[in-house]
Design a binder for this molecule. Structure first.
Ligand code: ZN
Length: 264
């Protein structure tokens, strides 16, 4: 489905708005959404906006987009056939991201304390980046969703693209964060040093295939400091810069400022 988008910013001086559109819009149904950019007084949420009388019978109202409604209210649901993108994408994203959007566009619209602060968006999007995993069948990027995993008895569900069951990769648990250890995962100060959040300037670790045995994968120490790894049997080994930790369940790695554990 192709979609043309025309965005205009105009000062409206009368209730009648005339819009000039490129000829390519002619003979298409379009959705017209008009927002004020300088309204300092929030509109009472109890007041429903209605189309001007001259449009009576010519427009179909698809919910009151100016009011935020809780997820339990179906009034503003996307309409199949008209809003297919949100319908397709919403279920792909993990619950933690959907929760942020829901809060931002419901309670966050009215209660300043419920808004999502910039720092929370940044942390959420870094978490989303670390949640990417690849479908073993078609290679499509999917997201790890810890909450739905717990709710489904550890079953990761199906790939959104090819519908085949997903297989989870090794994962690194660092504090409360979980990072997918994909074939191309790289770790930065953001991951390994709590004092350097959002710092992706320096490559500190990367997942790599064993040079002799392609079935073995490791996390290579690309930093300048020695790590310490604790095997599942409790033995401790140094991981010098340039050396790797073999990916295996239960291995703990002390990176210095933080300690992580490899899981599957
Ligand atoms: Zn797939």
């Amino acid at each position: 489905m192709f979609m043309q988008v025309q965005r205009l910013i105009e000062t409206v001086t009368s209730p009648r708005l005339v819009i000039d559109l490129p000829g390519s819009f002619v003979n298409h149904r379009v959705e017209i959404l008009v927002l004020t950019l300088d309204d300092h007084q929030p509109v009472s949420s109890g007041k429903k906006r209605t189309p001007p009388p001259q449009f009576a019978g010519r427009v179909r109202e698809l919910g009151d987009v100016m009011s935020s409604v809780p997820p339990s209210d179906d009034a503003n649901r996307p309409v199949p056939g008209l809003h297919d993108n949100p319908l397709a994408y919403w279920p792909i994203y993990p619950q933690f991201l959907r929760d942020r959007f829901t809060r931002a566009f419901t309670a966050g619209l009215h209660d300043p304390h419920a808004r999502i602060r910039e720092s929370e968006w940044r942390a959420t999007l870094m978490q989303l980046r670390d949640a990417i995993l690849y479908c073993g069948q078609c290679g499509a990027e999917n997201f790890y969703d810890g909450e739905s995993l717990r709710a489904n008895g550890g079953q990761p569900g199906a790939c959104w693209s090819c519908r085949q069951p997903l297989t989870l990769p090794f994962r690194l648990r660092l504090g409360r964060e979980v990072i997918m250890l994909n074939h191309d995962t790289q770790l930065y100060p953001h991951h390994l040093d709590p004092q350097r959040l959002y710092d992706l300037s320096q490559l500190l670790a990367a997942v790599q295939q064993h040079p002799q045995n392609p079935n073995l994968w490791g996390l290579k120490n690309l930093s300048a400091v020695k790590w310490a790894m604790t095997m599942a049997d409790g033995t401790i080994h140094d991981v010098e810069p340039g050396r790797s930790v073999g990916l295996a369940v239960g291995v703990r790695v002390n990176f210095g400022p933080v300690e992580g554990e490899i899981r599957i």
